[in-house]
Design a protein around this ligand. Sequence first.
Ligand code: IPM
Ligand code: MG
Length: 380
Amino acid sequence: MKKYRVAVLAGDGIGPEVMREGLKVLRAVQSRFGINFEFHEVPVGWAGIDAAGKALPDKTLKECEEADAILFGSVGLPGRDPTLPKNERPERASLLYLRKHFELFANLRPVRLYPGLNHSCPLKESRFGSGIDIMVVRELTGGLYFGQPKKTEEYVVVDEEGSEGRRVFLRATDTMVITTEEIERIAHVGFEAARLRRKKLSSVDKANVLENGVLWRDVVTTVGKEYPDVQLEHVFVDNAAMQLMLNPSQYDVLLCENMFGDILSDEAAALAGSLGMLPSASLGETSELSGIRFGLYEPAGGSAPDIAGKNLANPIAQILSAALMLRYSFKEEAAACAIEAAVEKVIAQGWRTGDIASASEEGNRIGTTQMGDMIVAALG
Ligand code: IPM
Ligand code: MG
């Protein structure tokens, strides 16, 4: 029996209810695949602030450090306590902190329009005739999110006449920094992913304007020489955003800087029907000692406070994130595939949470817990 220790950080908003379904599904695959999970549930986000005074309590970080992987829900409640300083708010103090702390530089977001969900894609069917199946590979610990300096400061404008015309403004600075090493390691992840798929990599940059983009393009081209079997193309980020609307079927792997990947993955997820369908894996390097690749697995959507606690949220992104954990951290490919097949089956059977239901499917509309139950039942 293989044992895996998982730190479970459900967080805020819909986090706890979708996490419940994720754990339900993981428990259901245990015996069939000879796996034993040890779940350590700890608070994060506003739940961490309520329980222990900070978004990432010490005990939570310790559990993450001792775990083989982190299963994450979602954090952040935009309306809550605007006086809390931005660096202590859950997004920065827990999620971004964890990504950086564990050097989880590679974010994989598989976007797929499932058979049966064509109605929930906002495009005309003629535009996605050959389907939507895209892997967004997003650099996660560099780029515009983490570059220094990053600050807000005052600056003063004094009129020529003297102090009466003295006005104070604010200036906010974020810096986009990326190094050869960072581009190389994410590019390898992108090419490896493409190799296991349709062997096409579209590298996204803004090389016509940004120094970052020029370096990105050079380094990706060089790394690409090691993958002659993968077709490489370069696309400007604005064009990529447009092409996703016009002809998403052309994309296989989209390789992106942190901020570009954040934006394009939401856009791509909308094409696949709903953010509630989009899982993600944030990975570090594989440990030479254990062979385990540590990772954080989370739905790419947010905490959706407007529907929290109402049994309305779609748990599929969380459940598929659990499948990615089995695949990438634990190398339990068969169990991962079983979960994905069960999700596909339930969708094919017509069961829908509100976000993916068409008007004619009202009768098949089910809640968060029922969706989890259906997926467990489909596991057989
Ligand atoms: C995501 C989210 C996060 C990000 C937020 C919650 C900080 O939008 O994972 O895409 O911007 O990375
Ligand atoms: Mg995002």
